[in-house]
Design a binder for this molecule. Structure first.
Ligand code: ADE
Length: 244
């Protein structure tokens, strides 16, 4: 899968996304993460990319021309109009379902705004999806683009070498992940739950499922609505929610 991140701060994004699991996936040819510096496309002789908003108001706006030309350079290279996500607090809140859906794209453009935003006319021209990573305001779209690129990348087949881990984690089936333990068996007087040392895989699986249900009821009861639970699990949730 190929990501094209349109930004005024390519180093910020590049360093973050070419590290660890995503860096290895890129080295293996599974991902291509490319930052396109919007400033390289300005026609202004002083390399300016922003200007005052018409009608007045605080701050500066990114102008349409450099954003459009940066996007067009990508569109021409891939020979079509790519899915283009603009990161903005005005977008739909990003979630695991959208991460999976975007991972089906061959090419994905992530557009990062800075300053007070981007001239509306170029957004109308190129943006297919408006995405927010939560109800708070960042200084720019770069961190949001990194969040989206990371979550989408790990849904690309082969990126997680442990193939099961993409689906066994938090939010799969709308449940949070069960607690996990590694060596030593006892740490600061706390013992690993004995069932995990039993070698009985069926019992371990059942225990983990129950823990996932309890944890979700305790920490994110809002997720339970969408979870596929048995009668017994629903009863367990009710008990947890009553404080039992
Ligand atoms: N840009 C600024 N704040 C943002 C947010 N919460 N989500 C996505 N993009 C943003």
């Amino acid at each position: 899968m190929k990501f094209y991140i349109l930004t005024l701060f390519p180093d910020m994004v590049s360093f973050g996304l070419n590290t660890s699991i995503l860096g290895r996936a890129a080295a293996r040819g599974l991902l291509h993460i490319e930052c396109v510096n919007i400033r390289d496309y300005t026609k202004d002789k002083h390399k300016k990319v922003d200007d005052y908003p018409y009608g007045g108001g605080a701050g500066m706006l990114m102008q349409a021309q450099p954003v459009y030309d940066a996007w067009r350079s990508v569109a021409e290279r891939i020979g079509g109009r790519p899915r283009t996500v603009y990161l903005t607090p005005q977008g739909r809140t990003f979630d695991q379902g959208q991460a999976k859906e975007l991972a089906l794209e061959e090419d994905l453009v992530l557009l990062c705004g800075h300053y007070e935003g981007i001239d509306e006319r170029v957004l109308e021209e190129i943006v297919t999806d408006y995405v927010s990573i939560g109800d708070y305001v960042l200084t720019g779209g770069e961190l949001a683009a990194m969040v989206v690129a990371d979550a989408v990348s790990r849904m690309v087949p082969g990126v997680l070498t442990n193939d099961a881990s993409g689906s066994l984690e938090s939010f799969e089936g709308s449940l949070l992940e069960y607690p996990q333990y590694s060596r030593p068996e006892e740490w600061m007087g706390k013992k690993v739950p004995p069932i995990l040392l039993s070698g009985d895989h069926a019992k371990v699986d059942a225990w983990r499922r129950e823990q996932a249900v309890i944890r979700t009821a305790e920490r994110r009861p809002d997720l339970l609505e969408k979870a596929a639970l048995s009668e017994a699990e629903r009863a367990l949730c009710a008990e947890v929610l009553r404080g039992g």
